[in-house]
Design a binder for this molecule. Sequence first.
Ligand SMILES: NC(=O)c1ccc[n+]([C@@H]2O[C@H](COP(=O)([O-])OP(=O)(O)OC[C@H]3O[C@@H](n4cnc5c(N)ncnc54)[C@H](O)[C@@H]3O)[C@@H](O)[C@H]2O)c1
Length: 344
Amino acid sequence: MILEIGIIGCGLMGQQHAEGYRAAPDLAAVRVCCDDRADSARDLAQRLGSDVTATTDWQAVLDDPAIAAVSICVPHHLHAPVVQAALDAGKHVLLEKPMALNLAEARTLVAAAERAGKVFMVAQNQRFLPEHTHIKTLLDDGVIGSIFAARVDGNQMLSRIYPPGHWLFSQATAGGGVIRTTAIHKFDLLRYLVGEIRRVSAFMKISGLNPGMDCDDVAAISLEFDNGAIGEAFFTFAAHRVPIPTATGELTVLYGDQGMLHNVGGWQVYSQVDERYSSGLTDLGLPNADYALSFRNEVRHFLECIATGREPLSSGHDNLRTMAVIEAIYESIEQGCAVAVEAE
Ligand SMILES: NC(=O)c1ccc[n+]([C@@H]2O[C@H](COP(=O)([O-])OP(=O)(O)OC[C@H]3O[C@@H](n4cnc5c(N)ncnc54)[C@H](O)[C@@H]3O)[C@@H](O)[C@H]2O)c1
């Protein structure tokens, strides 16, 4: 069966989701594009085909009984009201990260999805990058043994990506800065690759390099995992240049008791237990940061979960723990001490 889809929010990510559906014609077809900027909705609808309509009213999308599922790609402060209304209207929901402005809102949405019996997935696309899928298999096979430490790093300049005054510069509309918007990707990935995070200790700054930004654009965070591993994360939206040779200015290093994995200059592995990788650091020859493909994989996974009734890899329920990590980080900054992550 071909599911009819509505896209709510036709900016950067709405367009990526639309490409994801276009790449899955066996499962879905976008029928309506919605954006409060009429030109954005119309442009995307026209790009997708003559039978795709445009609207500025997201409630009208939800009121249409033909629409089975929606992608929600609006500013963060609108996530909770739009998702809640979509679930109440009986739609399956693929929601851009972060799930909500805070953990309390996120819990309400997960409960609403459970009541509605609909698929509710958070678009944590890092889990759907082919290289991360491959790394997960290597880790599950014990190639680097047990992980005792991890480092992640992210370097961007927000004002080069979005115009001044964009909603991502404001605490009120984004619910936080680089931590809630970008570092969340890597905390979700670390949960997936290393295990649950149980304690955090964090510092943040507002650099002044992103005009008008009133929330964190530099953050340094220490982590402790349930399995005893420790970790370090550094994220900034205020990097003039990328300081490490990775495709996206993002670093991931995993230290195991039998080897290590990192993505500097492409994904490399060293292993004392797998002879394919035992002569030194070995380039895995993996694709590096093909984000367009991650969005397509993520949308297909969402559609397959609807078709099969399977729980998504990054379901709302799973994502509560990622949201709890973010909540604990902001609490740690506020209190000036280490804080336990409390998902339940
Ligand atoms: N996964 C990733 O790599 C990634 C990258 C960037 C952004 N994101 C996430 O995607 C989401 C959207 O971010 P973006 O970069 O696309 O932002 P954006 O500003 O480019 O797009 C947001 C769109 O929502 C529209 N909008 C605002 N209010 C609306 C309303 N009431 N009704 C309908 N449309 C409305 C805006 O006009 C805009 O077109 C955010 O949650 C963000 O964190 C994810």
